[in-house]
Design a protein. Structure first.
Length: 248
């Protein structure tokens, strides 16, 4: 059963609270979801600190970042990140942009961020780094138009995550809960990888292990969804956000 607009807005509000509580976002950062009835639109809050977001803050945008009915609400400047990814990735249903502190060192040193723990396999085989300097020269580092958003989307390709030099990261997933999970475990993986590097040589997950964790079908896929639902309930409880069971 497909999720309704009301359900997705509730999940989007909860997602903002969770990402804030888990220190993935602070006053800045945002998460969006593709509109359930129109794939050429997406939902994103007005420009507000994620922990404060309510259902009335959620706005609808075209894929080019134009507000459908702003009603005086100011949008996030970097909404173009979301629109550009939805534009080229029809399978993507949710996008997160954040500045989680543990990922920053990997974006500015060139050290490859790779999964070190099975629950972090959702970050993919290796997380690429997008550098605004390469194409746009000196900027304020913000993705402030569709040209920059599309360039970032091209670098992301079919991957679940990308780093942004001196800025943060972006996560793209098949749903809000998966996007939140990947964003949380991307930050955790970065922390664990730095800790492990201080101890010695790291044995990363192999590409085959990553694929098996992420590519489950049938019963394995069902167990993965059950695990995600359990994590979502846990994160909701920690953040004081209402929990709603996912559509089956």
């Amino acid at each position: 059963m497909a999720e309704t607009l009301e359900f997705l807005i509730d999940d989007l509000v909860a997602a903002n609270r969770i990402l804030s509580h888990e220190n993935i976002v602070d006053a800045y950062g945002h998460i969006s979801v593709r509109h359930p009835d129109n794939p050429n639109r997406f939902l994103l809050s007005r420009a507000r600190a994620p922990e404060c977001i309510e259902a009335g803050d959620i706005m609808e945008f075209t894929l080019e970042g134009v507000a459908v009915d702003a009603r005086g609400r100011s949008p996030y400047l970097e909404r173009f990140i979301h629109g550009a990814i939805y534009e080229v990735r029809p399978e993507i249903q949710s996008v997160v942009h954040n500045h989680s502190h543990n990922v920053i060192p990997f974006g500015i040193t060139g050290t490859k961020l790779r999964p070190v723990m099975h629950s972090c396999a959702s970050i993919g085989h290796e997380v690429p780094i997008w550098d605004t300097q390469a194409k746009f020269g000196d900027t304020n580092m913000l993705v402030s138009d569709m040209a920059m958003g599309r360039d970032l989307a091209r670098l992301l390709g079919d991957r679940p995550a990308a780093l942004m030099r001196g800025h943060g990261c972006v996560v793209a997933a098949g749903g809000i809960r998966q996007a939140v999970s990947t964003a949380i475990y991307l930050n955790l993986n970065a922390e664990l990888q730095m800790q492990a590097a201080a101890l010695g040589e790291i044995k990363f997950l192999t590409p085959g292990e990553v694929d098996k964790v992420n590519g489950g079908r049938g019963e394995q896929a069902r167990r993965g969804q059950v695990g995600l639902d359990r994590a979502w309930e846990y994160w909701c409880a920690r953040a004081g956000a209402p929990y709603r069971q996912a559509a089956q």
